[in-house]
Ligand binder design. Structure first.
Ligand SMILES: Cc1ncc(COP(=O)(O)O)c(C=O)c1O
Length: 430
């Protein structure tokens, strides 16, 4: 999905994922103005069918090579995890609370993987006691603490080694390894770590984990990363002289956020499968492994909209500012303050757009900081107080990655639309 003249990314996303009836944006047949009246603004709304579509598209693209789990950090609301669970996903979690959310959503603990560089004693205790499928070790202290917890519970805990790839690792045209990182063990010390885990009777080395970075839009890069992950898996399986049970190749599949972004080509991913499948099938060290992808953004991002109401529109020295009740306290990523060096605009659209002229405006929030800017210069039609705007691609790393306590504004509702009906699923749904 790349830009074409005259049509914005927001227009193309609306056409691909949502619908306008008489110019009014709908989610799975429901008028957003009605949702705003029922739930108040601002709010997040998610379309369950879009979650399912993303999951199925990816699962089909990698069929025969890998299974798809859901990285809960992208959006940890249990009702959303449940949608993915019903599609067949296990979960990748980063805290005890995400473990609880996944469990509440019906994912069996043995289908949950726990990664994260600074796991707390409490989280290790809870996940080991709860029978988690695999804990991904990121440093030696953690290895010792997981072993102690396993000893206390009288279990042998399945663990994977998270590997920070070495300088020779290539992800397509991009060098993906060789950088210092707090995540995982450096590939250069892999054999020593493997031996240390193998020497620990309270741990069973069941897999490896490689996570090479987020927001990957190039299929060739992802395919090379996965191939590199297989070579690391072969190396570890050779060292322990038995096949691995899991090879976790991470998430990191991207979605288009900015003008000029091109959507990940799942056809190209599919075209890369025969080579990977043949390689796995021909190597007894890999043939029985469960190869896992655990994306968050790709699965959850496109299904979500953040909808805010216009409070005022004003001109300042020739620039148009649309001041809304939504902002960075709910959607830090759209404000450009999460992982962007230079702010670029997320796709934003007017909920009612009947095709009149558009002109660029800044869409800002109610917080008294210039950082509270949802869009710097986005083309929108004439707007007035009471109108609604929607930020697209807001299903992942939105509310969960935002400073909701900042300035004491209320939390937004989170609404799931499924089968033509809407229901609130936010913290109240816990
Ligand atoms: C270990 C691990 N797995 C999966 C993810 C999900 O990444 P993404 O949402 O880019 O797919 C992350 C993101 O930080 C991660 O650290």
């Amino acid at each position: 999905m790349s830009d074409t003249a005259g049509e914005s990314l927001a227009d193309r996303l609306v056409a691909a994922n949502f619908a306008r009836c008489d110019g009014v944006l709908h989610v799975s047949g429901l008028d957003l103005r009605g949702l705003a009246e029922t739930y108040g603004t601002p709010f997040f709304v998610y379309d369950a069918d879009l979650f399912r579509r993303a999951y199925r598209d990816l699962a089909q693209a990698v069929e025969g090579f890998a299974v798809v789990d859901y990285s809960v950090k992208a959006n940890p609301v249990p009702a959303i995890i449940r949608v993915f669970r019903d599609e067949g996903a296990g979960a990748e979690i980063a805290s005890g609370s995400e473990f609880a959310a996944s469990w509440a959503a019906g994912i069996e603990p043995r289908h949950i993987l726990f990664a994260g560089p600074g796991k707390s004693d409490l989280d290790i205790e809870a996940t080991v006691a709860g029978g988690i499928g695999e804990i991904h070790l990121e440093n030696s202290e953690e290895m010792a603490r997981v072993a102690e917890a396993a000893g206390r519970h009288g279990v042998v805990q399945r663990v994977a080694i998270r590997i920070n790839p070495g300088p020779d690792a290539q992800g397509g045209a991009m060098r993906m390894g060789g950088k210092p990182s707090p995540f995982g063990f450096d590939e250069e010390e892999l054999e020593a770590i493997v031996d240390a885990v193998e020497a620990e009777p309270r741990l069973r080395l069941s897999g490896i984990h490689l996570f090479a970075g987020t927001q990957g839009l190039a299929a060739a890069t992802l395919l090379s990363q996965w191939a590199y992950g297989l070579s690391l898996a072969e190396r570890v399986a050779g060292r322990i002289a038995r096949p691995l049970e899991t090879v976790d190749l991470g998430g990191g599949l991207g979605i288009p956020y900015f003008s000029g972004d091109t959507a990940l080509d799942l056809g190209a991913i599919r075209a890369g499968m025969p080579a990977l499948i043949a390689r796995v099938a021909s190597d007894p060290r890999l043939a029985t492994a469960r190869i896992v992808l655990e994306p968050g953004r790709f699965l959850a991002g496109p299904a979500g909209l953040y909808v805010a109401k216009v409070r005022a529109v004003k001109l300042s020295r020739g620039s148009r500012f649309v001041i809304t009740d939504g902002g960075m306290h709910h959607h830090l990523a759209a404000s450009g303050n999460l992982g962007q060096v230079v702010k670029r605009d997320y796709p934003v659209t007017a909920v009612v757009d009947r095709g009149g002229p558009r002109s660029p405006c800044a869409v800002v929030g109610p917080l008294c900081t210039p950082l509270d800017m949802l869009a710097r210069a986005t083309p929108l039609p004439d707007l007035a107080a009471g109108d609604l705007v929607a930020v697209l691609q807001s299903g992942a790393y939105a509310l969960t990655a935002s400073p909701t306590g900042f300035l004491g504004h209320p939390r937004p509702a989170e609404i799931l639309v499924d089968g033509g009906t809407a229901r609130e699923i936010g913290p109240a749904g816990w």
